[in-house]
Design a binder for this molecule. Structure first.
Ligand SMILES: Cc1cc2ncn([C@H]3O[C@H](COP(=O)(O)O)[C@@H](O)[C@H]3O)c2cc1C
Ligand SMILES: O=C(O)c1cccnc1
Length: 348
């Protein structure tokens, strides 16, 4: 069934229902994947010579449940939120920048606006809780259970049903601290292991960020066994919305491209609940081979589509950059002639 005809699922209304949903997610269509691999073998090229493009087509088709994958309706969704932990100056930028950048997205002036236009994708921005900040998570959970569930629901409901591919991104000054705290908690490591420079902290600023994360980890130490509770205590509204959108996409047969570190950290709790929970997602990029995004990718056994570009912006910029590549993959699979059609001799 094409993704555009998939029924719109309803969002889970309790933590119990959310957990149950995460444990029982629909798989990819393996028959479709097999059919795509069979056609791929008949196309006028040495087998496997389009490398990862061939894998991408199989991945897209398997999750769209269609042997002729489509990229007619590609959507980029940015969730924005603010962070109480900014009381500790964990970013060199002021919190107002979150709202200002949301305006910038709406007026077409951000990097993502240009990349989405080039990629022929529709862009939408959702300011979660109208950018009210979370609670400072060094003192208390970032979100109450009700706030957490409602942010998940915002993300869940933001996924357009008529969508062949969803690219997710975020905007929230201070959110690399939340993302690093999540990673540290999920991997049972420390702030130093996961804190990075974010939007340009110097070495002293990064060490302070690591200390703030360690303070939060100590405060919540007795409650870090449940991945969803980790997401509630140490995450943020836009991270919870990202998790909700990723779940909705799974139920609606929509493949997902995750942007960078923050986005991937936001959905990492799902992988800790169920090993296959992120199979319908792909990580777009890693800025460096040894940074936090690379380590998170390794932890989640994800291979980024793009590496070495040094992208460290967020906003779904890396995710949207992969769209032209995916369009090329699908165009080759659907448009190429077979050996028989083109009268090209097959391998001896
Ligand atoms: C002008 C500007 C545009 C951005 N677009 C994305 N981010 C990125 O930086 C933020 C996270 O970094 P940190 O944790 O260091 O604050 C997020 O908003 C992220 O999307 C931006 C940041 C700035 C300053
Ligand atoms: O990789 C990311 O997601 C990222 C990196 C720095 C700032 N904001 C986002």
């Amino acid at each position: 069934m094409p993704s555009s005809l998939s029924p719109r699922p309803s969002a889970p209304l309790s933590l119990h229902a959310l957990r149950a949903l995460c444990m029982d997610l629909p798989p990819a269509n393996t028959q479709v994947q097999h059919a795509i691999a069979q056609r791929e073998a008949t196309l006028t090229k040495p087998p496997g010579s389009l490398g990862q493009l061939e894998e991408m087509t199989r991945w897209l088709g398997g999750w769209q449940h269609s042997a002729t994958p489509r990229l007619e309706h590609v959507h980029v969704l940015i969730f924005a939120g603010n962070h109480g932990v900014m009381a500790h100056h964990v970013s060199p930028w002021p919190v107002e920048v979150t709202a200002q950048m949301v305006q910038n997205f709406q007026h077409g002036g951000a990097a993502i606006n240009q990349i989405a236009r080039v990629a022929q994708a529709r862009l939408a921005v959702v300011a979660v809780y109208e950018l009210a900040p979370t609670t400072d998570f060094t003192l208390a959970p970032a979100m109450t259970e009700a706030e957490f569930l409602s942010a998940i629901q915002v993300g869940f409901n933001a996924v357009p049903p008529d969508c062949d591919l969803l690219c997710l991104g975020e905007m929230g000054i201070g959110n690399t601290t939340a993302a690093s705290a999540l990673c540290a908690a999920l991997t049972h490591q420390s702030g130093t292991d996961w804190a990075g420079q974010g939007t340009g902290l110097d070495a002293a600023g990064t060490a302070h960020k690591a200390m703030v994360i360690d303070t939060a980890l100590a405060h919540h130490a007795a409650h870090l066994d449940d991945p969803l509770d980790v997401a509630r205590r140490l995450g943020g509204y836009e991270l919870a919305a990202t998790l909700g959108a990723t779940l909705a996409a799974r139920l609606m047969h929509i493949p997902v491209i995750l942007d960078g570190f923050v986005c991937t950290a936001a959905v990492a709790p799902l992988a800790h609940l169920h090993p296959n929970a992120l199979d319908h997602t792909v990580l777009s990029h890693c800025p460096t081979p040894t940074g936090q995004t690379a380590r998170l990718a390794q932890h989640l056994r994800m291979t980024p589509i793009l590496s070495g570009l040094g992208l460290r912006l967020g906003e779904a910029s890396g995710a949207a950059l992969t769209i032209p590549l995916l369009r090329a993959a699908v165009a080759c699979h659907t448009g190429m002639a077979t050996f028989a059609q083109a009268a090209v001799s097959e391998k001896a």
